[in-house]
Ligand binder design. Structure first.
Ligand SMILES: [Zn+2]
Length: 357
């Protein structure tokens, strides 16, 4: 019901959607990975580039060298691009510092980005993203540092979740158990990167640890999907990283939906494997590569991630009583936003009732 003082927005001839909720991003870091992009174009794989000193660790050295202000500026630039593409809420991970000082600086920068732009930003501590060079061959020692930094991040209220990259050559099940235990002691949720490059039983591990989400899942099989469904773990699928790495193996999204799982899709925005900030592009991949309907793609980009992030009663759908997060698009049928892949942006974005652009 319209009340005195309410703002009226003219949406004639427009489609109106809830602001997208991008529940998996890595938006604050030093430098870029454009040279690596060129290398991949000439045939090098993600793993080959990492073995040659590129990949995550090259971003780590540039991030350690960056000042807090440079990191904030990087995050603000990306926040503006998220908003311009219709995203009003993101989950943002640290993970390019890999030492206590830089990880805390990254989380501080992520907080400032949320305070100084219209974008709603929810922080995750991802110290267990890769093993830094100074801990090569000493994963246990590095995990001790990760847990100590998690204590600091929790004490300073800089993170809502803790995350870990479980993959051969990175972290294993025992590391994840240690992290889950410590996160629980701080009342923080657990997120997990699993089964991206091979099926290491990551989905079953996420189920065992009652993680809030299991992310990636490209190689997760039917047993893993059943375990997620049984344990109530939300799958977060990142098809843009499959596309950007030039790979073909997308997660079994159709099977997950058919198992009753409330799938979430996200950009996985990061400088290496998924440099896109566009949820319409991700929704296009849902429909063209993962056999989801446009309606399922939209649900996985709005209300499902809103619930994953604990904001389901406030955002993610157009309902009376919710926060006014919505976007206007110059089309009569909202499916054009997905159909015209790579060509659509909203004409107006409102976040928390305020016009952003
Ligand atoms: Zn990620």
């Amino acid at each position: 019901m319209i009340q005195p003082g309410d703002e009226i927005v003219d949406a004639s001839n427009c489609s109106v959607l809830p602001g997208f909720v991008d529940a998996h991003t890595h938006p604050v870091y030093g430098g870029d990975r454009l040279d690596e992009f060129s290398l991949r174009a000439s045939g090098a794989s993600y793993q080959e580039i990492a073995a040659a000193g590129g990949g995550i660790l090259s971003t780590v050295s540039k991030t350690r060298a960056a000042s807090e202000q440079q990191l904030i500026d990087c995050g603000i630039r990306h926040a503006e691009l998220f908003l311009r593409n219709g995203t009003t809420t993101i989950e943002a991970k640290s993970g390019y510092g890999l030492n206590p000082e830089t990880e805390i600086r990254l989380l501080g920068a992520i907080k400032r980005v949320g305070e100084s732009t219209g974008l709603r930003v929810l922080p995750t501590y991802l110290g267990a993203h890769a093993i830094p060079a100074e801990f090569a061959g000493n994963r246990q020692g590095y995990m001790d540092t990760v847990l100590a930094t998690l204590d600091t991040a929790a004490d300073q209220r800089l993170a809502l979740w803790s995350d870990i990259f479980v993959e051969s050559g990175y972290f294993d099940a025992e590391d994840a158990r240690r992290l889950a235990h410590r996160a629980k002691s701080h009342d923080l949720g657990l997120r997990m990167h699993v089964d991206q490059f091979g099926n290491s039983g990551g989905a079953r591990l996420a189920a065992e640890l009652a993680a809030a989400s299991a992310d990636h899942l490209e190689y997760t099989d039917i047993d893993g999907i059943s375990a997620l469904a049984k344990a109530g773990v939300t799958p977060v699928l990142l098809p843009a990283s499959v596309y950007c790495l030039g790979l073909q193996k997308y997660p079994l999204a159709r099977t997950m939906v058919d198992h009753g799982l409330p799938i979430v899709v996200a950009t996985d925005f990061n400088p290496g494997s998924s440099p896109t900030l566009s949820m319409p592009f991700v929704m296009s991949l849902c429909c063209t590569q993962m056999r989801l309907s446009p309606e399922e793609a939209l649900t996985a980009s709005t209300i499902n991630p809103a619930y994953l992030l604990g904001l389901g009663d406030k955002i993610g759908s157009l309902e009376a009583g919710k926060v006014a997060d919505f976007t206007l698009w110059q089309c009569n049928d909202w499916r054009e936003i997905i159909y015209h892949v790579g060509s659509t942006r909203p004409s107006q974005v409102f976040c928390g009732g305020k016009a952003i652009s």
